[in-house]
Design a protein around this ligand. Structure first.
Ligand code: GLC
Length: 427
């Protein structure tokens, strides 16, 4: 069931941690797409030490920068579990020199830092021998325009070699792993599923799965990758233009990769991250920002720097972020906006220093006061024009020296919850 904490959280941190960080190659996809053989991919198991693994350090940082929840890859598509699963032998405990469970310390660190606990879990498992045993029940020969789609033997059987019994065994295995995750680590706040696209909801029995998980974890929430049985939408990497329906979360990487990749130095700037974050919360969503630690468990310094930068900006502008909701609809203000829950304050976020003024159209309510968030300077403002039911434009003077180099936030106060006009003007 959706929990109110989620929409108040605003910022979460996604962590893709796994053996793919040993070579610094694409998580799971590298063998699926044939850039490396499965055998060579799995040799990374021998190099996975987690020797500096200290989720306390992670969570201290995440809490300090204003994140409210964390989602860690308990198992990616490669099938390597980060805990001591009894369902097979493919885990960091049994198959790597790290020889340890990484989930319990993670959960403990989250709790110590008031962060909600999220478990990422891939439904599909491209290593498990029983996984590639059936085709999706709704097999579409033209899928994604790619006739090779069903020829991938990590995902699908040879035609004519389907084995429903193997699939039934896989589902048992899938449930056994989820039972471990659900009963051995205390409360789970979010199940963040992935890898749902190769079978139908019926083949996974997603409805039954959800019921089962709720029995184990009555307060947990679920992302949408339960094929129709989730609580919140997960637009990924591509920024939504209109707000998705219902609760949602934008998941995005700091550079171009989910996990640590040696050749990826394309880290977004703090200003870019601030802008994406402001636009996300302005449309009522959360941002789940991803980091890819090294195999030893340390975070990449370039990513720490970005998180710190975003965190400083968040701290300065806290009141415009936490305890707010989506602001104005598109078209009233050129920038993002949020509103306080009582509706008596409107926060305007803009990303470039204005020449002299910013403007808000359609505001029906009178502005009592305009201030710069974080420093409190009062701004002069004036309404000009308007006729009948179409309000005039509110012009707010913003001297350049008062702007923030990442994004400036102006707060408008009203006597009553503000109202706005969203029509086409006089006929
Ligand atoms: C995609 C990819 C995966 C990544 C996930 C994060 O679905 O399969 O590698 O973990 O996105 O949302």
């Amino acid at each position: 069931m959706m929990q109110p904490w989620f929409q108040d959280a605003k910022l979460g941190i996604f962590i893709h941690y796994g053996i793919y960080a040993v070579n610094g190659i694409s998580e799971s996809w590298s063998f699926f797409n044939g850039q490396i053989s499965h055998e060579d991919y799995m040799k990374q198991l021998d190099g996975f030490t987690a020797s500096q693994y200290d989720p306390e350090v992670w969570c201290e940082l995440f809490e300090r920068i204003g994140a409210k929840y964390v989602v860690l890859t308990t198992k990616h598509h490669d099938g390597v579990a980060l805990w001591d699963t009894k369902a097979n032998d493919l885990s960091t405990v049994k198959a790597t020199p790290a020889k340890r469970d990484l989930i319990a310390p993670y959960v403990e660190a989250c709790r110590n830092h008031d962060l909600k606990v999220g478990f990422y879990f891939s439904h599909l498992d491209w290593t498990h021998p029983d996984y590639a045993s059936v085709f999706p029940a709704d097999k579409d020969p033209e899928i994604a325009g790619n006739e090779n789609y069903y020829k991938n033997r990590f995902a699908f059987p040879e035609p004519g070699k389907e084995d429903p019994e193997a699939w039934a065994r896989f589902i048992k295995f899938h449930r056994a792993q989820l039972e471990e995750l659900s009963t051995q680590f205390g409360d789970v706040d979010i199940y963040w599923f992935d890898g749902e696209w190769e079978r139908t909801p019926e083949q996974f029995d997603m409805a039954g799965l959800r019921k089962q998980l709720e029995a184990w974890q009555p307060n947990a929430i679920f992302n949408s990758r339960l094929l129709g049985h989730g609580d919140f939408a997960t637009p990924e990497q591509g920024f939504p233009i209109v707000p998705p329906e219902g609760p949602w979360e934008f998941c995005v990487t700091i550079n171009d990769s989910w996990g640590y990749q040696t050749t990826d130095n394309n880290h977004k700037s703090v200003r870019q991250l601030v802008r994406m974050f402001a636009e996300t919360i302005g449309m009522g969503g959360n941002m789940l920002l991803d980091v890819g630690p090294y195999e030893d468990g340390r975070l990449q310094p370039e990513q720490i720097e970005r998180l710190e930068g975003l965190g400083s900006w968040i701290h300065k502008h806290e009141e415009a972020i936490y305890g707010t909701e989506a602001g104005l609809p598109l078209g009233l203000f050129y920038g993002a906006s949020t509103r306080s829950k009582d509706g008596k304050s409107l926060y305007l976020f803009f990303f470039d220093p204005p020449v002299d003024q910013i403007a808000v159209k359609g505001l029906r309510s009178a502005v009592v006061k305009a201030t710069i968030v974080g420093t409190g300077e009062e701004l002069t403002h004036k309404r000009i024009g308007g006729l009948g039911e179409t309000p005039g434009i509110v012009w707010i003077d913003v001297p350049q020296q008062l702007t923030d180099s990442n994004a400036t936030v102006v707060r408008l106060d009203f006597e009553e919850p503000f109202k706005y006009y969203h029509g086409a003007g006089r006929r």
